[in-house]
Design a protein around this ligand. Structure first.
Ligand SMILES: [Fe+2]
Length: 361
């Protein structure tokens, strides 16, 4: 499967393609990027079957309806969307975002999905889970190793819980009863927002470290979350009032200087500006024979301690291994030893090659 992510002012959209057949799905496209996405999809002859909105968005205009009109695909949302849309009207009046909500609420939904339901695109399957908490109609979905969580679980936080349709009690159940059981050795979390340069990581690592997983009872969780998000305030952006679905900054990982980056994102950054980056491949030399990132310097995990002088502190350091495990350990080690911008490449070279990104042999 080919996975591409698109970041528009912190809103993350994803394109998933079954490379064997060209069938695809689009996740959470923003309205402003629809033309670019349609051009990219047509240029590559992808056949988009579904465009999925993970929930009713209150912070941006959804591009799902326009994508359907342009490509003839179906709009998919959670079954609680009808109920959620009743709340949305009140929210619009209260926070001055009627224009966003009245636009999104008019998008016709072609397929409402339930917990456990599956859809196919080409030879790939996507399985849906109802994950309320941020909104009543929030859904998460799994395809291959990727879990798309919308604003249910983000890196370092969850979506805010005080919007209409939101519920700390629902979120507690979502986190522990729905998402946690999905965390095996390989599932990668892909949230709908990236406010702090943390776009993806292994789900099990996020669950181990995310503060929202620390409270072990619902009562403790409600108390913890009540003070977490700053009060909603209006922010005028070019004449359009906006709210933000999560908190910015303040994440432990950000303070430590460790970020997570998808292979496709790293490749895009290296393409535009590779002079401010150093890519360290921490695999053993024989493992690089199957292919490496062109710019990568090989410093095996076992040699890192003795070769720290080769790693500049004034560059962004991207650490890469085969699947993301060793690079995560080295990223932590570098951050503990004074490197301030360290990027752990999620999914390692395995995912880099699954995404058909360029390699040097
Ligand atoms: Fe949201």
């Amino acid at each position: 499967m080919l996975l591409k992510s698109f970041n528009d002012e912190g809103n993350l959209a994803y394109l998933l393609v079954d490379t064997k057949t060209g069938h695809a799905i689009l996740v959470d496209p923003v309205k402003e990027r629809v033309d670019d996405l349609v051009k990219l999809i047509k240029k590559n002859n992808y056949k988009v079957d579904y465009v999925i909105d993970s929930h009713s968005h209150a912070d941006h205009f959804s591009g799902a309806g326009l994508i359907r009109d342009a490509l003839g695909c179906k709009v998919v949302m959670g079954r609680a969307t009808v109920e959620q849309r009743k709340f949305d009207t009140d929210l619009g009046k209260k926070f001055g975002i009627e224009d966003i909500l009245s636009f999104n609420v008019k998008i016709q939904v072609d397929k409402y999905v339930r917990h456990g339901e599956t859809l196919t695109y080409g030879e790939k399957t996507v399985t849906f889970y109802e994950t309320p908490g941020h909104t009543l109609n929030s859904i998460s979905f799994l395809s291959d190793r990727y879990l798309f969580t919308g604003d249910s679980l983000m890196i370092g936080q969850t979506g805010r819980l005080d919007l209409p349709g939101g519920s700390p009690s629902d979120m507690f159940k979502t986190l522990h009863s729905v998402l946690k059981p999905l965390a095996d050795e390989s599932v990668i979390l892909c949230p709908a927002h990236d406010y702090d340069h943390n776009a993806s990581r292994l789900l099990k690592d996020e669950i181990a470290e995310n503060e929202f997983y620390k409270p072990q009872t619902e009562a403790e969780f409600v108390e913890f979350t009540s003070g977490f998000f700053p009060p909603l305030k209006l922010d005028d952006m070019g004449g359009v009032s906006r709210i933000q679905c999560g908190a910015s900054g303040g994440q432990e990982k950000l303070e430590q200087g460790i970020f997570n980056i998808l292979p496709a994102e790293l490749e895009a950054k290296l393409k535009t500006d590779d002079s401010s980056w150093m890519v360290i491949d921490v695999r053993e030399p024989y493992e690089l024979l199957s292919g490496k990132i062109t710019q990568a310097v090989n410093i095996p995990l076992s040699e890192i301690e003795g070769r720290l002088t080769e790693i500049p502190k004034n560059k962004r350091i991207a650490v890469v291994c085969q699947s993301g495990g060793r690079s995560s350990r080295v990223s932590n080690y570098l951050a503990q030893n004074g490197w301030t911008t360290v990027y752990n490449m999620t999914g390692g070279m395995m995912m880099w090659q699954m995404n058909y990104l360029p390699i040097q042999k």
